[in-house]
Ligand binder design. Structure first.
Ligand code: HAS
Length: 555
């Protein structure tokens, strides 16, 4: 018979077999970081006007590798690895069937990633990470991406089934917070990735195979952005999982409110999907009313981030005061600044303040006219995903990898991780700062310097583009440092036990209402909002489809 101690031990340590599955995902994520990061460095050098790519390699080719490997592959693999570990840690070891689904998902994704990457390397798919039509890639590139998505559905099904199993075994009780958060993220992901799956399967694949001559570009972009905006929250929510439920434990505090954390996640589920038009505000073919409606919904999706900021401030202040911090800000210096597991995500949070303000500017219909398609947008997403999210993932890697590999995060590695965070923040401030400023002057994003470098305007932009190259080079040093730390945690760090920190909820928090876990209510509102925001404009787009494209004369 298992004793209570043994049962608890099972729950605090991730089962080795689940750990192996999680680690497989994390390895691919860091390989993607190495290759994608190198391409990022090359890009900034090309844009500075001082460097030409050798061996006929194209600018758009490395830009595609950079965007696909970092934006789509690093994120998705790290998130799945993290989510598998989190569910196994908080809801118990996966069953053999659930783990098998995880492995099938992993290999499906990996076959797809390899196929798509080979096509990009062969210069058969230099279509950037958004693969907008009418840029056309080899059909294997699209098929590969479709496999990546199908793989995530299979792996996701395993995790959702663990949640269902837990709820059945514990009727009337709120599920473990972290598992609940994973399931919200997966629900959002599955609903939104249906859009890109339809785009790839029914538009891009038949077109690239030559079965149809034309593609309805507006419809394809609409389907892409139906997916593309929730995609950015699919990146953000695991970072929020760390902030809400892990950082409090690392700093020795408690979760400020379980209900507030769950509410904020549910609001993301509702408001992150029906907002894709805020990426298409300058596109003809969608009427102003629907753009306006989606701008309003975009501003609604800011609310859960403001709730998160409030909750984090409360957690930090309560802990800082418990440690003796006095006065309005005295608690601040009591926080564990020397602990990289806290410091890296904290710097990510600080970056999210200007990054979020930038997002609100982007979403504000008229201001979007100024920044759209300028390198300001690139500055925005390097602050959000490449700083806020990535620094939080690095902070998580410092305990997650040694926990899974049975090693320890040594003092030297901790010191190096603090340096890594500072290098990253410094390099990113220069690079993203320069991108924001020169974007306001109209410098385009995604443009090969050789196509515009000779113009008078471009000469004014050059100092900022050199600043971007300087920032990019510093960031590359940051990539080398994190890869060194990760390699240490996988192969060389001393053997030992590392804690998987999961915080408890504060005893002062209100009881969590079960309504927050009533999926019937939330999924119904979510689908109703999507139908409301998209049905009429999509019908209009299809009615006006160009002759010869799929959709033409459908109505
Ligand atoms: Fe964005 C474009 C609007 C958030 C990523 N975004 C992009 C693209 C990417 C991206 C990749 O409306 C480019 C896509 C492309 O290739 O074309 N974005 C927003 C808005 C938000 C937002 C309103 N974006 C994100 C996040 C991303 C991301 C998060 C990745 C993870 N974005 C846009 C729009 C465009 C866009 C337009 C299209 C532009 C165009 O024309 O092409 C909001 O979610 C932001 C809300 C955030 C906040 C900040 C809250 C602050 C917190 C930190 C608290 C700090 C603490 C520490 C506790 C309101 C939670 C305190 C310590 C101290 C010392 C003070």
């Amino acid at each position: 018979m298992t004793t209570i101690a043994e049962k608890t031990k099972d729950l605090v340590r991730v089962d080795k077999r689940d750990g192996k599955l999680a680690l497989a995902h994390i390895y691919v994520a860091f390989i993607a970081l190495a290759i994608g990061g190198l391409c990022g460095l090359l890009q900034t050098l090309v844009r500075s006007g001082t460097f030409t790519l050798p061996w006929g390699i194209g600018y758009y080719q490395i830009l595609t590798i950079h965007g696909v490997l970092l934006g789509l592959i690093l994120t998705t693999y790290f998130i799945f690895g993290f989510q598998i570990a989190v569910v196994s840690r908080t809801s118990g070891t996966l069953t053999d069937k659930q783990r098998l689904l995880g492995w099938i998902g992993f290999w499906t994704m990996t076959i797809g990633t390899t196929a798509s990457s080979i096509m990009i390397l062969l210069n058969e798919a230099s279509v950037l990470y958004t693969f907008y039509a009418p840029l056309q890639a080899h059909w294997i590139f699209y098929a590969g991406l479709a496999l990546v998505i199908v793989g995530t559905w299979i792996g996701g099904a395993g995790l959702i089934s663990k949640y269902v199993e837990w709820r059945k075994a514990n009727p009337g009780q709120p599920s473990p917070l972290l598992t609940f958060m994973v399931v919200v993220n997966l629900a959002m992901w599955i609903i939104c990735s249906l859009g890109v799956a339809v785009e790839v399967l029914f538009q891009l694949l038949p077109w690239s195979l030559g079965w149809v001559d034309k593609v309805d570009v507006l419809l394809s972009r609409t389907l892409f952005w139906y997916f593309g905006h929730p995609l950015v929250y699919f990146w953000l929510l695991p970072a929020y999982m760390v902030w809400y439920a892990i950082i409090p434990k690392i700093i020795g505090g408690k979760i400020f409110s379980d209900s507030l954390a769950r509410l904020s996640f549910m609001l993301f589920l509702l408001f992150s999907i029906p907002v894709g038009f805020h990426h298409q505000l300058t596109e003809p073919g969608i009427s102003s009313f629907w753009k306006f409606l989606q701008v309003v919904l975009t501003l609604m999706v800011v609310i859960p981030s403001l709730l998160t900021a409030f909750s984090m401030f409360a957690t930090f202040e309560i802990r800082g005061r418990a440690l003796g911090g006095k006065g309005v800000l005295g608690w601040f210096k009591e926080l564990p600044w020397g602990d990289a597991r806290f410091f890296a995500p904290f710097v990510g949070m600080v970056a999210f303040i200007p990054a979020g303000a930038g997002g609100i500017i982007n979403a504000s219909h008229q201001m979007n006219q100024l920044i759209h398609n300028t390198i300001w947008v690139t500055g925005h997403f390097h602050l959000t995903v490449a700083t806020t999210v990535l620094l939080t993932f690095f902070g998580a890697a410092y305990w997650l990898i040694p926990h899974l590999t049975g090693r320890v995060f040594t003092k030297q590695m901790n010191r190096l991780a603090i340096i890594q965070t500072i290098v990253w923040a410094f390099g990113m401030s220069i690079m993203s700062g320069a991108m924001h400023i020169v974007g306001l002057f109209g410098a385009p994003r995604r443009s090969d310097f050789s196509t515009y470098g000779g113009s008078a305007q471009a000469t004014e932009w050059i100092p900022y583009q050199i600043a971007q190259a300087v920032g990019g080079t510093i960031l590359f040093i940051g990539i080398v440092l994190i890869l060194y730390i990760v390699a240490n945690l996988i192969w060389f760090a001393p053997k030992g036990e590392t804690e998987f920190p999961v915080a408890e909820v504060s005893e002062h928090a209100e009881k969590t209402p079960m309504a927050l876990e009533n999926w019937k209510i939330w999924l119904t509102i979510c689908i109703a909002l999507i139908l409301f925001a998209y049905t009429v404009p999509v019908i209009e787009i299809i009615q006006n489809a160009p002759p010869g494209s799929i959709g033409y004369k459908l109505w």
